[in-house]
Write a protein that binds this ligand. Structure first.
Ligand code: SAH
Length: 249
């Protein structure tokens, strides 16, 4: 299980900043991308769409993240958007001649998750023109999603989703389970499995499927098959139950 997001503070430290966004739908989609990954602080710098927090397209695309959308702050300049932040990251599809160091989303996420004193902001550009050089040059790092070189420009909110996901992974870190979450019974012991194989073999001989005098590779193949599954005690018992029924007939 994931720990509650309050266990780690990155979720309240990281700010998403959108610069001069044109489509209200994208603002709503970014709100949703953020909330699905546990983030909530959204700031809009001089949006080019009217009423981005209440526009029907924004509301529709925000879906269950209406709270993030309606709590977004609208400001007039990047300076106001970054008040209280001490680490600014320009998120850009374009690499530039004069730019801060270029990081991957994962590298950024690891860094800000580990440095608890950082108040980081992710700054995204306009859909058509991206971020102006003046903003990029004032940032600590440039984050580029290493996409297909033949077509590397993601939709604004999809770029935000990639960043939000990586930051979530960075924040949860070791708290994430290494194996898939889900129901697990007790793993069967080797002795239980050996007992099941013997039982199964006896049953297969009894119905003539396995020839005792010419067994071929049937049992090794079945063992290989079962060895790939991670047998649980309960499952071994079921297989033995089947063998028992076969032997009864
Ligand atoms: N034509 C614009 C693309 C803008 S896409 C340009 O050349 O910059 C809108 C925003 O999505 C970008 O400003 C950036 O913040 C983000 N974005 C899209 N693709 C990206 C990528 N491959 N890496 C990083 N950010 C990306």
């Amino acid at each position: 299980m994931n720990p509650p997001d309050s266990d780690t503070s990155l979720f309240s430290r990281l700010r998403f900043v959108l610069v001069e966004t044109s489509r209200a739908g994208n603002v709503g989609s970014v709100a949703r991308a953020m909330k699905t990954m546990g983030f909530s602080e959204l700031v809009l710098v001089a949006p080019r769409c009217a009423d981005p927090l209440t526009d029907p397209e924004a509301v529709a695309f925000a879906s269950g993240a209406l709270d993030v959308l309606s709590n977004a702050r609208i400001v007039g300049s990047i300076g106001e958007a970054l008040e209280g932040c001490n680490f600014a990251a320009a998120v850009s599809a374009r690499l530039r001649e004069f730019s801060p160091p270029v990081w991957t989303p994962r590298g950024f996420a690891g860094h800000i998750a580990a440095q608890h004193e950082l108040r980081p902001a992710l700054i995204f550009g306009n859909e058509r023109v991206g971020l102006p050089n003046e903003i990029v040059e004032g940032c600590n790092v440039l984050i580029n999603i290493p996409a297909n070189p033949a077509y590397s420009s993601l939709n604004l909110s999809q770029a935000a989703q990639v960043l939000a996901y990586e930051c979530r992974m960075g924040a949860l870190g070791d708290a994430l389970p290494a194996t898939p979450v889900g129901y697990h019974g007790d793993a069967a012991s080797l002795a239980q499995i050996e007992g099941m194989y013997a039982h199964l073999e006896e049953a297969l001989v009894s119905i003539g499927f396995l020839k005792a005098d010419n067994p071929g590779k049937l049992m090794p193949r079945l063992k290989r098959l079962f060895s790939r599954t991670g047998l649980e005690t309960e499952e071994v018992n079921i297989l033995r139950g089947i063998a028992r029924q076969i032997l009864k007939r």
